[in-house]
Structure formats: C-alpha cells, structure tokens
Design a protein around this ligand. Structure first.
Ligand code: TRP
Length: 334
C-alpha cells in the first residue's frame, strides 16, 4: 500500500503586494513542499475581514495573490489552491470550535493585544477568535505540518491546544499540527534602507515587489543604503553592504557574490557598479514572475477555474472531517 503523503496547510493573507521577503520566506518553501507533501494552500479572505478592507479592493487582491503565487512556481495541478470563503465547512467547524476556546486565553494572544493597541476603534470579536479560525483552517484538513514563520508560533500552539481539547472531550479526530520549515528557509530579507525587513505596507521604496517594473527595481536598488568604503583593508563589512551581498546571493551567480565580497575586503569596491550588477540580476529574476502574474490576472476565467478546482479538493476532505466532528459531538442526526 502506498504510504499517504503528509498533509500541509498554509494560509496567505490577501493584503498588500507580495515582495521578495514573501518570495524567499514563504513561496519558495511552498514550491519545494508541493513535491513532497499533500499541500493545501489558501487565501485567507475571511481572516482579512477582521481589519475591514475596502470591498472594492478584495476581489482584485485575492486574484493577484493567487496569480503571483502561481507565477512564482506554485502548481495548481500539484496543490489544492483555494480561497477560504469557498470552503463553508470551515465556517461550520469554526462555530463548533469556538465553544472550546476560552475568552481568557484568546485575550492573552500577543497578536490580539497588538491589534487592541493599534486599532482600539475596531476590537471586533473576529479579531479575538482569529486563532480559532486559523486552527480550523489547519485542523479541518487534519494537517500535520504548517509552514509559517516565528510570528505564527503562538497561533500554532493554540491550534494544538484546540485539537487536544477536542480529542479529549469528544474522541480522537485531529492530529496536532507542527510548524515546518526547511532548515535554510527562514531567511530575512533586509529592507533597502537598512531599517528592518522588507514589508508589505511600510517603506515602499525600500521593498522590492514581485510586481515592480524594471525601472522601478533599478531605481530602488540605486537608492539602497551603502556605507562608504573605509580604505582600510580588512575592515568589517557594514550591515548595509552585507544586505546587498545577501540579495546578490539570492539572485546573482556565485562569481558575482565572490567578486564583490573580495572587492570589499581589499577596498576596491565601487558601489555604483555593485548596485548596477545587482539591479540587472534582480530585474532578470523578477521580470518573468511579474509578466506571468500579469498574464494570469488578465485571464480571470483561468484563475476562477483554479479556485473552483482547489475548493472542490479542499471541501472533499473538509466535509469528511466536519462530518466526523459532528458525529463525535452528537449533532449528527441522519
Ligand atoms: N495568520 C496567518 C498570517 O498572518 C495566515 C493564516 C490564516 C494561516 N490561516 C492559516 C497560516 C492557517 C497557516 C495556516 O500569516
């Protein structure tokens, strides 16, 4: 008998434009995982409602996120690629799971506390129960692996707690999901101005988006922060230069990386040349993804077909889980 592949679930927020940090932090892992696991990747549109996005932006944002992920190499033939709200079973299990989630523990979640601080005018119940919905996204597929960064650690722990609580009260149904990342994968892409990392909404000029046109990419890299050469052979490489080298490691050849590392070491470095080279390699990397994503977004029929097929696959497994859950809870009458 063929051993079943392990199940992976991950959710993508449909906010902002995808950038290099998303690509190298998340999408690249998805692409690797799709070969090894049974993957369920979805756009978390219900989650996004907790911050009240403009209804006229949402469909475009969802389509763009799908298009950018496919353009980056996610293969809808290999993974179930769907939109959360196309799987109503999630909403039903969420309702059931809410009775096992305690207000006290939800109020203590750091991401909730942040939101209370940042948007005191909109502390809605959906924000409070965000971790319940996220747990259900995962548990409804009975997934064992979830590729997420550190910032989602607390949410994942809660998913394990809810799984355990359900299993203890009603009977064994849910595996306890673990965070999963390839060893080398938690790269942090520094922003071009040296202030923190590339971000979806802040400092646009310091972030390279997968949708940036060539001239935009070139302009952003030209403006990137560099400390001037010290003239002293062997001086330690400043962070700003290290950041550019890190970007080169992702998009340039090993020769180029070596050349500019040495050029710093012997202080013959010319930052204009270095940035020119990086800009050229970055354009080569981003342009095909951008153009493919553009084509896909113009082909709405195709994207809708993908969404439907993904939802069908997600619903098949979700409805089995939901049906089991209802049986165990005692609300299955037929
Ligand atoms: N909370 C996740 C984020 O902010 C998105 C998300 C929603 C998710 N549901 C999920 C991630 C389920 C993994 C699994 O990025």
């Amino acid at each position: 008998m063929a051993t079943e592949k392990e199940i992976v679930v991950s959710g993508i927020r449909p906010t902002g434009y995808l950038h290099l940090g998303n690509y190298f932090g998340a999408i690249r892992n998805y692409i690797r995982m799709q070969e090894e696991f049974n993957c369920y990747f979805f756009v978390a549109d219900w989650h996004s409602l907790t911050t009240h996005p403009d209804p006229k932006d949402l469909p475009g944002n969802v389509m763009r996120v799908l298009a950018e992920n496919i353009a980056s190499g996610l293969d809808p033939e290999k993974v179930a690629l769907y939109v959360q709200s196309d799987v109503p079973e999630i909403a039903e299990l969420y309702l059931l799971m809410n009775t096992l989630a305690y207000i006290g523990e939800l109020e203590k979640v750091p991401t909730f506390k942040d939101k209370v601080r940042l948007q005191p005018q909109n502390v809605n119940a959906g924000l409070l129960t965000y971790p319940v919905l996220m747990a259900v996204d995962i548990l409804i597929q009975r997934a064992s692996k979830v590729p997420v960064g550190k910032d989602q650690g607390q949410h994942l722990e809660m998913a394990r707690n809810f799984a355990q609580r359900f299993n203890n009260r009603y009977g064994n149904l849910f595996p306890e999901p673990e965070a999963f990342n390839y060893g080398d994968s938690l790269v942090r892409i520094a922003s071009l101005d040296g202030e923190g990392k590339m971000s979806k909404s802040e400092n646009e000029m310091a972030t390279i988006y997968l949708s940036d046109e060539d001239d935009k990419i070139i302009k952003k890299i030209k403006k990137a922060k560099t400390d001037s050469a010290t003239g002293i052979v062997g001086s330690p490489m400043p962070e700003s230069v290290q950041n550019l080298i890190e970007l080169m490691k992702l998009v340039s050849t090993a020769d180029v990386v070596d050349f500019y590392t040495k050029a710093w070491d012997d202080q013959t470095i010319r930052f204009g040349d270095m940035k020119g080279q990086l800009a050229e390699d970055m354009v080569k990397f981003v342009a095909p993804i951008r153009e493919k994503a553009k084509d896909l977004q113009e082909n709405k029929d195709y994207l809708q077909k993908i969404m439907k097929a993904g939802a069908e696959k997600a619903r098949a497994r979700a409805s089995e889980t939901l049906s089991e859950a209802k049986k165990l809870i005692g609300i299955k009458y037929y």
